[in-house]
Design a protein around this ligand. Structure first.
Ligand code: NAG
Ligand code: NAG
Ligand code: NAG
Length: 327
């Protein structure tokens, strides 16, 4: 990889590390997967509508579970067990946020999310939870709108968070009017998914397009939430967003095993002030290297105005053979 700077090879190397292991699916499901709603009828009903509270961990997970289930048939021809469903990346990331303590109230004004408090509650003050809302409610509602959920828009209702309600859209029409570009990108993905000639590579492209668009919408709204965190954690959040741009450009396949492997390199807990990658004593080498790599990637991206373009290319070139060999 002579054409990549060393830190970039380290980063990309980490991404492709230890892909081999053969795991069983169910061992690796996100936390509480089996306890989360798996069909609309598992939710409560009010005035003829299914009521979903995305601020309760398993209820939000259930939205993903239904999404992954309802899109399974379209991914069948890539693998029969739904492992190649590109929407797996979303619940897996959300599960990682839960496991690593990123859905708790970082301001500590409430006991939301804490082991000693309301463990299953998702805090509206969590930057990660708010970013994730845009990667859950929008894809979910767009899927309802596109018809693949077998449900009409007036049959589902999302509950608002306890505060800052106006920052979150709750139904198809309000999401479409507040975030028209992003909603239309998710719709494009679902339309393309339903066409019998859809290719895996194009599906990845449309998925990342929609994903990045949702992330950008949310980033602008919730940037101030990063102030609740230590500097290393806030930096990591920002680095992560920049990195996603690169993963998107490389069409990183967000399939079940790829994302599961990838997440092993991400910080297993919220970072504290004294954390300095690559010297965090209770992180694995992989986690230390990835954290350092993401930070360097962000710095290079910032310092070279056109860094994204000059660096995207080698990273894409390097990633391509890696992910193609695993599809
Ligand atoms: C989808 O959910 C239904 C109902 O829970 C279940 O019977 C079916 O096996 C699921 N399909 C997949 C591919 O997970
Ligand atoms: C959609 O949500 C908005 C608030 O986010 C609300 O004002 C509107 O009445 C809702 N529309 C429907 C059809 O429920
Ligand atoms: C890991 O390191 C952090 C920061 O030094 C510390 O707060 C935490 O207790 C450590 N965790 C374990 C399991 O050793």
């Amino acid at each position: 990889m002579a054409f990549l700077p060393p830190w970039a090879s380290a980063l990309v190397g980490c991404i492709s590390v230890s892909l081999a292991g053969a795991f069983s699916f169910s061992d690796l499901y996100p936390p509480l997967w089996n306890k989360s709603p798996g069909q609309f009828s598992d939710y409560s009903v009010e005035n003829g509508k299914y009521v979903i509270d995305p601020w309760v961990y398993p209820e939000r997970m259930g939205m993903y579970k239904i999404l992954v289930n309802k899109t399974a048939s379209y991914f069948e021809r890539f693998s029969p067990d739904n492992g190649q469903n590109l929407l797996w990346g979303l619940p897996l990331q959300y599960g990682w946020q839960y496991t690593t303590g990123r859905l708790v109230d970082p301001s500590q004004r409430t006991d939301c999310g804490y082991e000693s408090g309301d463990r299953l509650r998702v805090s509206v003050d969590s930057w990660w939870a708010d970013m994730n809302y845009f990667l859950c409610a929008l894809p979910f509602l767009a899927a309802v709108d596109s018809g693949i959920m077998g449900m009409s828009s007036d049959q589902v209702m999302l509950l608002p968070p306890p505060k800052d309600q106006t920052k979150f859209c709750l139904n198809i029409s309000s999401c479409q009017s507040s975030f028209p570009k992003t909603m239309s990108k998710w719709n494009i993905l679902y339309k393309y998914l339903q066409s019998p000639s859809s290719s895996f590579d194009d599906l990845m492209k449309y998925l990342w397009d929609a994903h990045i668009s949702a992330l950008k919408d949310a980033y602008k709204i919730f940037e101030d939430r990063l102030e609740y965190y230590s500097k290393p954690e806030a930096d990591f959040g920002r680095d992560w967003c920049v990195t996603l741009d690169y993963l998107a450009a490389a069409h990183f396949p967000t399939t079940f095993f790829k994302v599961t492997e990838f997440q092993k390199g991400l910080p297993p807990r919220v970072l504290v002030d004294s954390d300095r990658a690559p010297f965090i004593s209770n992180f694995t080498n992989l986690q230390n290297t990835v954290l350092l790599g993401l930070n360097l990637l962000h710095q290079v991206d910032d310092s070279t105005g056109k860094g994204l373009n000059t660096l995207k290319k080698p990273i894409i070139l390097f990633l391509k053979p890696y992910y193609h060999s695993y599809i």
